[in-house]
Ligand binder design. Structure first.
Ligand SMILES: *[C@@H]1O[C@H](CO)[C@@H](O)[C@H](O)[C@H]1NC(C)=O
Length: 302
């Protein structure tokens, strides 16, 4: 049995009253890797119920994409430190319908249950350096809800090009690296690369044995002198499930947006949308539907 329920329960308690006994400490921070230095990391230490460090993370996203249902809220009900050195992103059903308050309009013209959820975007931008290997890695797990109660739940760990903050060149040309995405509680995690239409779109999945802790990473290998020989490799627990080479992308401008320009790191739990489809009447909210993050780090080879 995992200690997930206990931590969830204690964290819920922390919202209402002071916790007298701390939750179980998992003591998982970014590991040291031989031949690499850590350029940036967060291990999510701090008291239960606090927001994550807002010097490191921006919590302000209110936008909607892909017909998703959730409203991301910058509050500890949806985004909080567990007190056990983890970050919890927790989707909740809210009362009422069509309660979208902000973001792109018009939002799906149909009646649906309101959901709130959590999203964090790093204020930090990493740029995969020429001549180096760059690893963006996180250890994360999921809540214990069964797949049958997870319809529409859509957690993601990904990076987005800084160029996506501006209208030019637009998305997906500005570059997006989806390190891990999971829909509907299926036992699969997916990696996908986005850049200019026609140049990217490579995607593959890896089977996920359980909801428990796994380490997800993408390595940008820019040690080859020619960009066509450089690559991005996706791994779960060190096992490769997708590799894209410069030569697969074909266009150097497109390659630069995904491999040579600054990206930020994002974690979120979306609800509904084009890929997972709508939540069902049996979709459950709360800690059983969360994504929990032990650490995230940017490593660079020496
Ligand atoms: C966790 O992160 C803090 C702040 O960056 C750092 O001071 C501390 O050493 C880290 N803890 C571990 C166990 O790595």
């Amino acid at each position: 049995m995992s200690n997930f329920s206990l931590r969830g329960a204690l964290s819920t308690l922390a919202l209402a009253a002071a916790v007298t006994a701390g939750p179980i400490q998992i003591q998982e921070a970014a590991p040291s890797k031989s031949g690499y230095s850590i350029k940036w990391q967060d291990n999510f230490s701090g008291a239960a119920g606090q927001l994550p460090d807002q010097d490191k993370w921006w919590l302000g996203s209110k936008d909607h994409w892909n017909e998703e249902w959730q409203d991301y809220q910058a509050r500890n009900k949806n985004v909080q430190l567990s007190g056990g050195n983890t970050l919890q992103l927790v989707p909740w059903k809210e009362s009422g319908t069509n309660c979208k308050t902000n973001g792109e309009a018009p939002y799906p013209v149909r009646t649906h249950q309101c959901w709130s959820s959590g999203r964090v975007e790093s204020n930090y931008y990493f740029t995969p350096a020429s001549g180096k290997k760059t690893v963006i890695e996180s250890r994360l797990r999921f809540g214990s809800n069964s797949a049958g109660n997870n319809k529409g739940i859509f957690p993601a760990f990904w990076t987005l090009g800084q160029a996506c903050n501006t209208e030019n060149p637009g998305h997906p040309t500005c570059g997006e690296v989806d390190i891990m995405e999971r829909v509907n509680g299926e036992n699969m995690g997916y990696g996908t690369l986005w850049c200019r239409e026609g140049d990217c779109g490579q995607s593959d999945g890896t089977s996920l044995p359980n909801n428990d802790w796994h380490t997800w990473a993408v390595t940008w290998d820019r040690t080859a002198s020619s960009w066509t020989d450089q690559s991005l490799t996706w791994t779960m627990d060190g096992r490769e499930y997708l590799r894209v080479r410069g030569s697969d992308v074909k266009n150097q401008d497109s390659w630069n947006y995904i491999a040579a320009k600054p990206h930020r790191i994002i974690f979120n739990v979306a609800v509904g949308g084009v890929w997972p489809g709508d939540p069902s009447s049996s979709t459950q909210d709360g800690y059983g539907a969360m994504m929990e993050v032990a650490y995230v780090a940017h490593f660079q080879s020496n």
